[in-house]
Design a protein around this ligand. Structure first.
Ligand code: GLY
Length: 363
């Protein structure tokens, strides 16, 4: 409950008051795909481990998981069928940062980003240089394109059409145009229905998944990581927000941490994670700070809902006193028309759970 002083000073000042008063505690938050990452990170925090060790070990689960097609091994590739990964890390206690972008063939970009932070005088390495650096430190180069991701890439290539409805990657001119999941069945007879439906969905609505994970320990130390395969079918060399310090991730040991998933281009244009940390520094609750940042994104489109409807983005914020929150641009509806908020993962030592994100706009 708010004290009389907090009530008189308003919600922003109330946040600042709580920040000064509350005791830090072990807490990890992450994007919706991060329940296992949060659990792993919490295990490390409870054993007295460092917050960056915790989050990097947590997201390694997603980087290894071929079923998480937005991160690491099994991530959806660029338009040439090559998986390119981006990641960033920030370590609160030492106030250091590291990042890699456009990294090919290495499934743990977050670990390489950490090495950039710890073993170089730089903050970011990209492309060929990042790969050579990773290999110098013993990372194994491998093909990160799984059969599932390759299928989705082929479906995407076949979904493209010229003005007359043709595509060189489908049957010849004598064949009828194929534009539906049903037609796909004939071309991929050995693939099950669910996988084909998923492939069509990601081919026609390229995802920007990603995992962001933020941790606070009982000593009040904080760290964060963001790791991704980026926008599916991107132009080779496209870099999103995830490896950009201040956009996909920002940690200020004095205030808190923030990160993002979703359409990176819009986040870069508002320096989202940094904006959120600064809003928390000014006294906003993490959830309000995320909403404030979303308002800036909406403002970049003159609040035009029809243009904003083309994408989504979700922010996550964890304050130094353990307060946390998340907000997405959109609240969706399920097939029955019921409101369905986006969700995010939280672990405060009692197991990982999903909580509802706040939202700026409603579909
Ligand atoms: N947020 C991930 C990306 O846009 O690449």
């Amino acid at each position: 409950m708010m004290t009389r002083r907090e009530w008189m000073m308003g919600p922003a000042a109330a946040g600042a008051v709580r920040l000064a008063a509350a005791q830090p505690r072990n807490i990890v938050i992450a994007s919706v795909n991060g329940e296992r990452a949060c659990a792993k990170a919490m295990e490390i925090l409870q054993a007295g481990g460092d917050t960056l060790d915790a989050v990097v070990a947590g997201v390694a689960i997603n980087e290894d998981d071929p079923e998480d097609t937005t991160v690491g091994y099994g991530g959806l590739p660029n338009e040439e069928g090559i998986v390119e990964l981006d990641a960033s890390v920030m370590h609160g206690p030492t106030r250091r940062a590291g990042a890699v972008a456009g990294l090919r063939g290495i499934r743990h970009p977050a670990q390489v980003a950490r090495l950039v932070m710890e073993r170089t005088d730089h903050v970011m390495l990209v492309g060929e240089g990042a790969l050579r650096f990773a290999k110098a430190y013993g990372f194994q180069e491998e093909n990160l394109l799984t059969e599932k991701a390759r299928l989705a890439w082929l479906v995407w290539k076949q979904s493209l059409r010229d003005a007359s409805g043709r595509n060189n990657w489908t049957d010849g001119l004598d064949a009828p145009p194929e534009k539906s999941p049903q037609a796909l069945r004939q071309r991929f007879p050995h693939v099950d229905e669910a996988t084909l439906a998923w492939a069509w969905q990601v081919a026609t609505n390229p995802p920007t998944g990603t995992i962001n994970c933020l941790a606070l320990n009982a000593k009040g130390e904080m760290s964060g990581v963001t790791t991704t395969s980026g926008l599916a079918w991107k132009i080779p060399g496209r870099v999103g927000d995830s490896p950009i310090i201040g956009a996909g991730l920002f940690v200020d040991q004095d205030v808190g941490a923030a990160g993002a998933t979703g359409r990176g281009e819009e986040n870069i244009r508002v320096a989202g994670a940094h904006t959120i940390v600064e809003a928390m520094r000014a006294g906003m609750h993490p959830r309000e700070a995320c909403l404030e940042c979303l308002k800036r994104i909406a403002r970049n489109f003159n609040n035009d809902r029809s243009r904003l409807a083309a994408f989504d983005i979700t922010f996550y914020a964890l304050r130094k006193d353990g307060a946390y929150g998340s907000a997405s641009l959109w609240r969706s509806r399920d097939k029955e028309g019921r409101p369905r908020p986006q969700r995010f993962a939280v672990n405060d030592g009692t197991g990982s759970r999903l909580e509802d994100c706040a939202w700026l706009l409603e579909r």
